[in-house]
Design a protein around this ligand. Structure first.
Ligand code: GLU
Length: 489
């Protein structure tokens, strides 16, 4: 019987959650859900100079916002905690003791200056530095013990078995991998202050947390043979590895700030929906089949297989994400749309959450007028700003092209008269009345509707006119026509 799947996402809180990390988290989550396994979140905060509590909070918040619920980890607990590396230092100490007993490590007293000098000498001689030259490996154990007892600073290094042969593993994505043992230097496992190095802590944690599959970014591939040597030294079973391809920008270069937003929270703040971002990121290197692009979390759980992950670099295409987000926005009910849009309207100073709550039907009626054109919710305030406030600023170009044209004034006056008596005040009746104005003046609809559009919305490009006029209400519509009339010819 195989052990139940346990996977983990193990971010270092040295920065925000970026899209690459989010994709790694999604794949772990999907694999856990697909297999009925457990999704663990572990915070790798052993680098004290770069880890911050704030980054940890940002990562947890971004995970929650994406909907990536973890079964074990910070805030939810679990049987294999604690889930912060800084709270697991005793487990690394125990593992080091075990390695000492097994004769798999040795203390190294070389100072940083000595090591730097060796590196510099190699560079000067024009030969590649092959890593630590194992000077301390041959120190007599009694002498080493005496130096430790005397308080001499030292790190602990892995005694790489020189007769090991290549380090090999079958990666679930990359296939068979093989690394020559000659390139593995005796890596430091524990620093002189007693804190563990990344490779050591990860192996201890993955073992103690009973992780069965390590699904992580391809930038860790070169760490894997090193970690395998540590597993072997400890006599622990080696998990299955799955390394994910890089994510590149559309120019083929590694995704970075140059390409725009990289953190999940930036995408949230631009008005992408979490479902759209999860769907999009899941597709960066994985596909349920050759065609399906829109799928729910449940579809992802149903279909996700490690074997379907592509080894080729994925390309992050913002336009495709925008298209997908539009799709998800269009699927929202007006109520859900306004819920999602509330922070954007608030931030733009158009309405407070209380004001929105007090006039839900009015706000929800905005949605069908604009949603076909909005790819990101951050675009919404600009499109609907004209609906707020009594007055509207008139766009100069629109005034010149539309209002300052012969006949615009007569059209506006006729519209005003029709709208003053329009009953009931709804888009359909407003349209009927305004079309009657066209007939009466024997003008093409454009000649009547465009001046009215500029007068009421401030611009010749706006959401559908009749619905907009309905939402403005009679009083504001008439007042805006009056305000525009002096500029009409
Ligand atoms: N903490 C590592 C990182 O943030 C991940 C380690 C791993 O997945 O093994 O890159």
């Amino acid at each position: 019987m195989t052990a139940p799947v346990r996977v983990r996402f193990a971010p270092s809180p040295t920065g925000k959650l970026h899209v690459g990390g989010a994709r790694t988290a999604i794949y772990n989550w999907a694999y856990a859900r697909h297999t009925g396994g457990t999704f663990v979140l572990r915070i790798e905060d052993t680098d004290p100079t770069r880890s911050t509590e704030e980054n940890k909070q940002v990562i947890l918040r971004a995970m929650r916002w994406l909907g990536l619920d973890w079964d074990e980890g910070p805030e939810v607990g679990g049987d294999y905690g604690p889930y912060l590396q800084t709270e697991r230092l005793d487990t690394y100490r125990d593992a080091l003791e075990k390695l000492k007993e097994r004769g798999q490590v040795y203390p190294c007293f070389c100072t940083k200056e000595e090591l730097d000098a060796k590196r510099a000498a190699a560079q000067e001689a024009g030969v590649a530095y092959e890593g630590y030259d194992r000077t301390c490996r041959n120190i007599d154990p009694d002498e080493a013990a005496a130096r430790i007892a005397a308080g001499e600073p030292h790190v602990w290094r892995l005694k790489v078995p020189l007769d090991h042969g290549p380090v090999e593993f079958d990666d679930a994505v990359l296939g068979h991998m093989s690394f020559p043992i000659e390139v593995m230097d005796d890596m430091v496992l524990v620093r002189s202050d007693g804190t563990p190095m990344y490779n050591f802590a990860v192996v201890c944690d993955d073992t103690n947390m009973a992780i069965t599959h390590v699904i992580r970014g391809g930038d860790h591939v070169s760490n894997t043979p090193r970690q395998i040597l540590i597993y072997e030294a400890l006599g622990y079973p080696v998990p299955t590895f799955a390394h994910l391809s890089m994510i590149n920008g559309s120019d083929g270069k590694k995704l970075s700030k140059r390409h725009g937003a990289t953190s999940v929270e930036q995408y949230r703040d631009q008005g992408y929906l979490p479902e759209a971002l999860v769907n999009y990121l899941a597709l960066l290197g994985w596909a349920p089949d050759g065609e399906t692009t829109i799928f729910s979390a449940q579809d992802l759980f149903d279909k996700f297989e490690l074997g379907h992950i592509s080894k080729n670099p994925a390309v992050f295409d913002v336009e495709k994400l925008d298209w997908m987000n539009l799709h998800y926005l269009m699927e929202l009910s007006p109520a859900a749309y306004i819920d999602a849009a509330t922070p954007f309207l608030e931030r733009a100073g158009l309405a407070t959450a209380d004001e929105i709550a007090a006039s839900r039907p009015w706000f929800e009626a905005i949605v069908p007028l604009v949603n076909e054109r909005i790819h990101r919710l951050e675009e919404l305030p600009d499109k609907v700003a004209f609906l707020f406030g009594d007055e509207v600023g008139l766009d100069e170009k629109s005034v010149a092209k539309v209002l300052a044209k012969e006949g615009a004034k007569d059209a506006l006056i006729a519209c005003r008269e029709a709208l003053a008596g329009c009953e009931p005040w709804d888009a359909a009746t407003i349209e009927e009345q305004l079309r009657a104005v066209c007939d009466k003046l024997e003008l093409k609809p454009k000649k009547v509707f465009q001046p009215l559009r500029v007068a009421t919305t401030g611009s010749m490009v706006s959401p559908p006119l009749f619905g907009s006029v309905e939402l403005l209400g009679r009083e504001r519509t008439l007042a805006r026509i009056d305000a525009a009339l002096p500029q009409a010819l």
